[in-house]
Ligand binder design. Structure first.
Ligand code: HEC
Ligand code: HEC
Length: 206
């Protein structure tokens, strides 16, 4: 766990340095006032990639999410209800209108699935577990953005891993029903089950 936290901090710190250049230019007050969503998005591109398709494992892809989920998660970061390394500070800098227009902008961009390694045998097991425990709300093998539940298929594995750890630690509150399913999964399949699920999400690259 300590190792995981350290890795996360190091990865994210690297991101912040890489993004500093693109962020400063876009952070000028002139842009913040009456800027359109594409211009606001320039600030995000350093970490989340052009049009929200993240190129690196430390930041999630944010294209193709449902606008409702996007708004909810930005509000959660800003209020501190959803734990974050970076997004809490960033989310506080935008008005409701600005977040709303970015949500629509990114929802209209395609979710580009990450190219990352996975274990095919574990991915097969994970597919079955996904159907049993997660498919109901994360439809289409976790590809669907409907039901405002985020996209799991093709999302960067470190991000999904940390997010699931936050739910399990109770740092991020899942809906009652999801909580129940995650607990059932852990009881019956243990952390091997979780690993299999992560491999299934990583295996979806098309
Ligand atoms: C310095 C890097 C960085 C910048 C700049 C950045 N983000 Fe993030 N973003 C992250 C990281 C890392 C996470 C994971 C949560 C955390 O640890 O903060 C994240 C998570 C998110 C999520 C949650 C995705 C999900 O599937 O739940 C959304 C939405 C998001 N960011 C939107 C934005 C928007 C919009 C901007 C620009 C206004 C932005 N981010 C700028 C690094 C960044
Ligand atoms: C009853 C519906 C439901 C079930 C079942 C469910 N989820 Fe969720 N899940 C949600 C909703 C709604 C959200 C979005 C907001 C929240 O509650 O945090 C979500 C969010 C997530 C996120 C965060 C996505 C992101 O982009 O940050 C992950 C990861 C996740 N679920 C994994 C799972 C896994 C793995 C399972 C199966 C073991 C599962 N969920 C089962 C409803 C569900």
């Amino acid at each position: 766990m300590a190792h995981n936290t350290l890795t996360r901090a190091v990865l994210v710190a690297g991101l912040a340095v890489g993004a500093a250049f693109s962020a400063t230019a876009a952070d000028t007050p002139k842009l913040m006032m009456g800027a359109d969503a594409a211009m606001l998005g320039n600030t995000c591109a350093g970490c989340h990639g052009t049009d929200g398709a993240s190129m690196g494992p430390a930041a999630p892809t944010i294209a193709g999410l449902s606008p409702d989920y996007f708004v909810e998660v930005m509000q959660g970061f800003a209020s501190g209800e959803i734990p974050s390394t970076i997004m809490g500070r960033i989310a506080k800098g935008y008005t409701e209108d600005e977040i709303g227009s970015m949500a629509k902008y990114y929802a209209g961009k395609p979710f580009v699935k990450a190219k990352q390694s996975f274990d095919p045998a574990l991915a097969d097991t994970g597919a079955k577990l996904h159907d049993r425990y997660c498919e109901k709300c994360h439809a289409d093998g976790g590809q669907s953005a409907e039901d405002d539940a985020g996209v799991l298929a093709g999302q960067w594995t470190p991000y999904v891993t940390w997010t699931l750890a936050d739910y399990q630690a109770g740092d991020r509150e899942a809906t009652k029903k999801m909580k129940k399913k995650v607990e059932e999964l852990m009881e019956r399949e243990g952390s091997d089950g979780m690993t299999a699920l992560l491999n299934f999400y990583a295996s979806q690259q098309k």
